[in-house]
Design a protein around this ligand. Structure first.
Ligand SMILES: [Zn+2]
Ligand SMILES: [Zn+2]
Length: 160
């Protein structure tokens, strides 16, 4: 075998071993982590430092959640990162992810949390819908009804 034939054979073997993001997704195992749908984990160890699931694509190790998201849901704008709403970095369930800016992703990292971000109602039970919600500059959602009530209380106190 010439060295070129050898290289070609090795590349072909590597390609045969590489499975697509969708196939990885199909091998993922569901775990109930307390969210409305299950987290999905690949049957292999996540990256030891980042905690993200890793797969191999064309001989390169990549974070699994991005290609799986692209294949199952669609393109991710270049300047956005995928935020794990479930806070399980090893989870590859693309429906647990939301493309956000790096800034939002970093801020959300400090515990405001995903599930708060996904809650459908404020603490007093007012709906988080477009009419009743505004986004605080720091990224949290604020209930307008509660905000109006708080302002009214503040004003009354001011007058007394
Ligand atoms: Zn998840
Ligand atoms: Zn409210």
């Amino acid at each position: 075998m010439t060295s070129r034939e050898w290289t070609a054979a090795r590349d072909a073997a590597a390609k045969a071993r590489t499975i697509s993001p969708r196939e990885h997704w199909e091998r993922a195992e569901p775990f109930d982590m307390g969210h409305s749908t299950e987290c999905m984990f690949l049957p292999r160890k996540p990256h030891p430092t980042t905690g993200y699931a890793i797969i191999e694509i064309r001989g390169r190790q990549v974070e699994a959640h991005r290609p799986i998201y692209k294949e199952l849901i669609g393109p991710i704008p270049d300047d956005l990162e995928l935020d794990h709403l479930c806070r399980q970095r090893a989870c590859v369930n693309p429906w647990h992810m939301e493309p956000v800016t790096h800034r939002v992703n970093a801020l959300r990292g400090y515990g405001v949390g995903a599930l708060a971000a996904r809650k459908r109602e404020c603490r007093k039970g007012h709906p988080f819908n477009p009419e009743n919600t505004y986004i605080h500059p720091r990224g949290q959602r604020v209930c307008r009804t509660c905000q109006v009530e708080a302002n009214r209380r503040g004003r009354r106190r001011g007058r007394a």
